[in-house]
Design a protein around this ligand. Sequence first.
Ligand SMILES: [Zn+2]
Ligand SMILES: [Zn+2]
Length: 128
Amino acid sequence: MLRRNTNQRQIVYEALKILGHATTDELIKYINENYENISLATIYRNLGIMLDDEQIKKVKLQDCEVYETVKLKHYHFVCKHCGKIIDITPTEANTFIDSKRYVGNNRVDDLEVTYYGTCEECLKNILN
Ligand SMILES: [Zn+2]
Ligand SMILES: [Zn+2]
């Protein structure tokens, strides 16, 4: 029983890693098409365990919530045309946080940034 759960968790993790960012619907569809049928309840349970273990993260965007595996600190760019979610490094965003940064008299420890716009590919399509 324990082993079976572990295998299913690995499948959920691997699928999420391949997808990059996924809603639960996208994740379930992908797993059922590429691995095996895992029930919705099992997927939710495994997502919960991996969230607690800090193996994965939940990202809240304007109109959805997606999961992703934990990677280096990054922000997101969401394409309003195709819905693609792109990881943006703090360097690209020019928003590195150091321990000396203050907003008013309040020390900044973390920053979440989400950009909304038109991705590189959609820009090409618009311009052509
Ligand atoms: Zn796009
Ligand atoms: Zn991301």
